[in-house]
Every structure is written in C-alpha cells, then in structure tokens.
Design a protein around this ligand. Sequence first.
Ligand code: NI
Length: 240
Amino acid sequence: MLLRIPNVLTPQELAQVRQHILGADWADGRITAGSQSAGVKNNRQLPEELPAAQQARHIVSVALARNPQFVTGALPKSVYPPLFNRYSGDANSFGSHIDNAVRTHAASARHVRTDIACTLFLSDAESYDGGELVVEDTYGEQRIKLTAGDLVLYPGTSVHRVEVVTRGERLACFFWIESMVRSDAQRRLLYDMDMAITALRRQDLAQNGQLDSGPLNSERSEVVTLTGCYHNLLRMWADV
Ligand code: NI
C-alpha cells in the first residue's frame, strides 16, 4: 500500500525543522547505505547525532504520533529515528535500490525491521526540478513529489529511486517502521476497514446532528460488529 498523508507538519513545525537542519554540517549520504545502494546513492545526509538532527527529529516524531492516518496506515511497533537528506548540486540523486531489511540504531543497538519506508517532504515542490521519489509496484511506477509537510508511506519491499534534481534543492526526512502487522496486504485490509468504519460512524453522528459533540450514546449494532471484526483481525495478525 502506498499512502499519501497531507499536512503531517504544521507550517510552523515545517519552518522549525528547516531552520534546525539547513545550517548544520551535512555528510555524504553513503554513511547509512548498504553495499548495493552505496553504488547508486549520491546525496547528502545529516549525521544523526548532531543536536540539529535531534531537535528536528523530535518535532517530526511528535507530529507522527498525533496523526491518526499515519498510525492506522502504519500500525507502528517501532520507528527508526527519522533521518534527513538533501539533494542538490552534484549530490543530486539516488538510483534504484531496496532498503536494507533491518536497520540497527547505532545509539541504542535496537533493531528495526523495515516493513514500511516513509518520506516526509520538506521543500516546496515548485522550488526544485526533478527529485521525484519513484516507487515500483505491481501497478507500475508511482512518481511522487509532494507539498512540503506531506508524507508518503510505502512498503519496504519496493524497488525505489530518487530522480536527479536539476534545479534547486530537495530537502526531506526519511525513516522506516517495523509494523505490528508485518504483511502489507494485511495492513491494507485493516486500513481500508478502519477508514470505512470511521466514515460510517461519522455519517451516523451527522444524521443525529452530533458531529461536533463527541461519540454517539449507542452505535448501530452493525458498526459495533465491524469494529469488533477489525480488532479481531488485528489481534490475529499483530505481533507486539
Ligand atoms: Ni531507499
């Protein structure tokens, strides 16, 4: 499942993140690449131990935790602390690769299986040319270039690349998630079901004129049953 999530960062948070990281000391992007991807990776990356990286990471982590679409789409068990990269000038692309299956966080020695990859765009799409994230899936190539503050989430199993940036600069935050539900197909089913149940409940609230006044006193039995099915599927599939 490839999911675009708008407005993950508020304009204020976006400005703060950019302010923290833009003036910092960036390194060659190959500091976290595996041996195959090192050959095609040509960008810059913010060393994760820098105070600027820590501050920006904190803002992103808080924003992710409060975003219901992110939580239901990813069902996160463990999130690799967000990293930051930039593409401009001669360091301007990242050829086709699949991310390493397991990332080990250096500071904590914690392992994260990369079920899901995420890119949070930090540059206005109009401010640079090229730089599309291209994700290959069974329906063909998806070319993704989002507004600053928006996020895309896609399966870690996908071959992907970042096209050459030919003008301006592409600044982004990226990270991986180990999900409570390892299978992309199962996560997709749960996500669709959750979205449909949420829509049904909102329709019921609207019909009762209660859209702004909290939960219904009594839900329709069908909604209760479907909500139960969601949780019973999650119970069957979750590894926590
Ligand atoms: Ni990658």
